[in-house]
Design a protein around this ligand. Structure first.
Ligand code: FMN
Length: 211
């Protein structure tokens, strides 16, 4: 298989300095909206890279569930591998691969846990099955088989059969508070448009980067 021959010119759009919003949050919102309108699959899926204690980077997909001027929030298990990495080194890099629009957005920043109240609000909006799932999955731990999950699921179903399912201590949100954003738009001949926003003394500065 010669995958070196897979090649595509990016010609759909361009990104000009004068098109950019002064705030990267506004620019993100504009592109997010366009990605939604284009009906991209899993438009809120993002890769998040963290760094392990030995320096090895780790990347995986999570779902963006909230964004505003404070940052970008996803939910996960607070004992998972990623959570341990964040606890030891609270920095992360996000990537939104909106490839059907020939776009990507990269974001880097510090990470903090969101409040219990915020996590609870989102937790209760989830379907009951997902709420129960949050109770049983010791995310990133080795398990012997799927049967373990089934057994635990039956146990929590029984435990919480009458009444509301409480928020597990081991589950909640993290917020990435951006220090930089990069908006990348594919162009012809690999001469892509890249604009980087960087936070400096409370102000966002924008630079065009070479492709
Ligand atoms: C489309 C997609 C969405 C996902 N969303 C989440 C999510 O929102 N939260 C989460 O903890 N894991 C999510 N996962 C699973 C993670 O990619 C990962 O397997 C899991 O969080 C364990 O990662 P870790 O061992 O590095 O902590 C998602 C995976 C995919 C493919």
């Amino acid at each position: 298989m010669d995958i070196g021959e897979i090649r595509k010119e990016y010609t759909q759009f361009g990104l000009n300095r004068e098109d950019l919003a002064a705030s990267p949050f506004a620019q993100f919102e504009k592109w997010f909206q366009q990605a939604r309108e284009a009906e991209l699959k899993e438009v809120n899926a993002m890769s998040i890279a963290t760094v392990r204690a030995d320096g090895m980077p780790q990347v995986r997909t999570v779902l963006l569930k909230l964004f505003d001027q404070r940052g970008f929030v996803f939910f996960t298990n607070y004992n998972s591998a990623k959570a341990q990495e964040i606890d030891a080194n609270p920095q992360a890099s996000l990537l939104f691969p909106w490839l059907d629009l020939e776009r990507q957005v990269r974001i880097s920043g510090q990470v903090e846990k969101i409040s219990k109240a915020e996590s609870f609000k989102y937790f209760t909006s989830r379907p009951k099955g997902s709420q129960l799932g949050a109770w049983i999955s010791e995310q990133s731990q080795v398990i012997s088989s799927r049967t373990v999950l089934k057994t635990l699921m039956n146990q929590v179903k029984e435990k919480f059969k009458d009444g509301k399912i409480p928020l597990p201590d081991s589950w909640g949100g993290y917020r990435i508070m951006p220090e930089s954003f990069e908006f990348w738009q594919g162009r012809a001949n690999r001469l892509h448009d890249r604009f980087k926003y960087e936070l400096n003394e409370g102000h966002w500065h924008i630079n065009r980067l070479a492709p």
